[in-house]
Design a protein. Structure first.
Length: 224
């Protein structure tokens, strides 16, 4: 099975002025595509069984990946899965605030939606180097939400959390428009968040949820 770059559900200019078309083109067509290509190349030398596995499975079962390609598979499978979720939770002309159970959980966990946004922006702006900022739900059937950051292309799924919202704070996600002003990028990003999609991920987070185009076990169990 060849890992595939997913198609965007919107035009690359559709998130303007919050995310510019040139950034979207480079981010999706070059950076994300490079992770997919590198993952496929790394797996060429792997046993055939591993070549048939989804990217999510590889992240959960790195101990089964040959040591000589383990780091490369981890980095590129993580980049692939993380970006698939990012494209999924962004959309043009979306609702400006979450509703229903998700809104209640955010208010209970952070005090208010505005306080949540400030904490999310602060976490992303203070992450040293390249990585991701996440809103996650613990995999214990609790509605408690937490903000996490990860470096490189690590994913909270492997730490026992289900991601329901993510933003990319690698420089390629914002530098063409915002240069080194990461906080400006984080603050201006909210109008493109697809809260309906985030709510769906939240409500299904106790079940098997597909975070990427290739599927994800949201309970954190190893894939067989």
């Amino acid at each position: 099975m060849k890992h595939m770059l997913p198609l965007l559900l919107y035009d690359k200019s559709a998130l303007e002025p919050y995310i510019d078309e040139r950034t979207m083109t480079l981010h999706h067509d070059v950076h994300h595509a490079s992770y997919v290509d590198a993952l496929n190349i790394a797996l060429e030398s792997a046993p055939e069984l591993l070549q048939e596995k989804k990217a999510d499975w590889l992240l959960f079962n790195l101990d089964k990946v040959p040591e000589n390609i383990r780091t490369e598979v981890s980095h590129n499978a993580g980049g692939h899965v993380n970006h698939c979720l990012l494209w999924r939770i962004m959309y043009p002309q979306t609702a400006s605030v979450p509703q229903g159970q998700l809104a209640a959980a955010i208010n209970a966990s952070f005090g208010s939606f505005e306080k949540f946004k400030l904490r999310f922006e602060d976490a992303g702006s203070h992450l040293f180097g390249s990585g991701w900022v996440w809103l996650v739900k613990a995999q214990n059937n609790s509605n408690k939400l937490t903000i996490l950051t990860t470096t490189g292309h690590d994913n909270p799924l492997t730490q026992g959390y289900t991601p329901i919202l993510v933003n990319d704070v690698w420089e390629h996600a914002y530098y063409l428009k915002h240069e080194s002003r990461r906080m400006e990028y984080l603050h201006n990003w909210w109008p493109v968040v697809n809260w309906d999609e985030v709510a769906e991920l939240f409500e299904e987070s106790g079940d098997i949820v597909e975070l990427s185009s290739e599927g994800t076990n949201a309970n954190g169990q190893k894939f067989e």
